[in-house]
Design a protein around this ligand. Structure first.
Ligand SMILES: CC(C)=CCC/C(C)=C/CC/C(C)=C/CC/C(C)=C/COP(=O)(O)OP(=O)(O)O
Length: 192
């Protein structure tokens, strides 16, 4: 984690997703991994340790990717671009467009792909929640569902993450709690 913070002080661009992934691993994946022994694996869980730790790591990555997608405008104003340079180049998006906050069609398509990838990590994380100690499941579900909704809000904002901060309102937040509770007690049944 300290290595990640050190990196963030020096590095303002990421050449590709591998480099970005490593940064996310340092600053957020490690938090997920450290949370597992604190939260505890359920004694009745039949999953391997590897499965649970992979899910926890995935939640850290998903959260950090979501953060990066949400904060593109704010980071740009500080001269920082976390999005992978090679992917920006193949989408034909210049740094200048990012600094100007241009919500073009190519930006929307590019964002759709970034959102899709973040959601894949949330999906991966979901597989591990049921393996945690009972008392840990609800808060993890709640944070997962709330953070994941930021991606929905970016879509609702028509991919303007430059000047509109994707914010999940209080009503939506409260509405997510029973859902999180349901998932925590039922596992990932299709009813919740
Ligand atoms: C799923 C299983 C099996 C376990 C759960 C494991 C957990 C709790 C994972 C979550 C890890 C986590 C909370 C990572 C932090 C990621 C993150 C988005 C940090 C944001 O930090 P800042 O950059 O300070 O946020 P702001 O930009 O909002 O200030």
């Amino acid at each position: 984690m300290i290595e990640g913070m050190r990196l963030d002080l020096l590095k303002t661009r990421y050449n590709n997703f591998d480099e970005l992934y490593l940064y996310c691993y340092y600053v957020a994946g490690t938090v997920g991994l450290m949370s597992v022994p604190v939260m505890g694996i359920a004694s009745e869980s039949k999953a391997s340790n590897e499965t649970v730790y992979s899910a926890a790591l995935a939640l850290g990555i998903a959260n950090q990717l979501t953060n990066i997608i949400r904060d593109v405008g704010e980071d740009g104003r500080r001269g920082r671009i976390y999005l992978p340079q090679d992917e920006l180049a193949s989408a034909g998006i210049s740094e200048d467009e990012i600094f100007r906050g241009l919500v073009s069609n190519k930006w929307k398509i590019f964002m759709k792909n970034q959102i899709k990838r973040a959601r894949m990590y949330f999906d991966e994380a979901e597989k591990g929640v049921a393996e945690l100690e009972k008392a840990s499941r609800w808060p993890v579900w709640a944070s997962l569902l709330l953070y994941r909704q930021i991606l929905d809000v970016i879509e609702e904002n028509d991919y303007n993450n430059f000047t509109k901060k994707a914010y999940v309102g209080k009503a939506k937040k409260f509405a997510s709690l029973p859902l999180a509770y349901g998932r925590a007690i039922m596992g990932t049944s299709k009813f919740f």
